[in-house]
Design a protein. Structure first.
Length: 167
């Protein structure tokens, strides 16, 4: 074991302060990562999925209405003074496209929810490992630094003011 030439315990005290700050910053970053991930998952699985499911139901109703109007027009009934059904067919086609868009959006939301879940699992393993390391090792490291500071203080006090310091 080699001897350290430390004449001022302030070096260790400053290091301890920086270590405690580092520990707190790491914990805050881990909390932020978890929060961000859960917000994205919630947004995808609750807000977006619910939104597009509601849109799909509305658009299915619009398709049914447009289909009825088209069938009336195509069957020859006079509807709003017209009987060709061309405009009604265009509306029906547009409503079907909107319905298909909602179905596509639901599939995309489900795909991205799955993808986020997969990537989250990959990301959270190292984050959890860092969290466990901080939980177990940081208190031990801080306690060891405290013991070193106390020992150095005791040593310097035992040396007295004439031999312990500045030259």
């Amino acid at each position: 074991m080699s001897n350290a030439n430390i004449s001022d315990p302030e070096v260790l005290k400053r290091f301890r302060q920086q270590f405690v700050k580092f520990d707190a910053d790491c914990r805050q970053a881990l909390g932020s990562v978890r929060g961000d991930i859960y917000r994205v998952i919630d947004w995808l699985q609750r807000e977006q999925l619910s939104h597009w499911q509601r849109q799909l139901r509305k658009r299915e109703e619009l398709v049914m209405q447009a289909r009825l109007e088209y069938q009336r027009a195509a069957s020859g009934e006079k509807f709003h003074g017209k009987s060709s059904g061309v405009d009604e067919r265009k509306i029906l086609d547009r409503m079907q496209r909107l319905k298909e868009e909602a179905e596509h959006r639901i599939e995309r939301v489900k795909h991205w929810s799955w993808a986020v879940d997969q990537e989250t699992g990959k990301l959270m393993h190292p984050c959890a490992a860092l969290g466990r390391l901080l939980d177990h090792q940081s208190p031990q490291a801080i306690a060891r630094l405290d013991r070193m500071i106390d020992s150095l203080d005791d040593y310097l006090r035992a040396q007295g003011p004439s031999s312990g310091g500045a030259e």
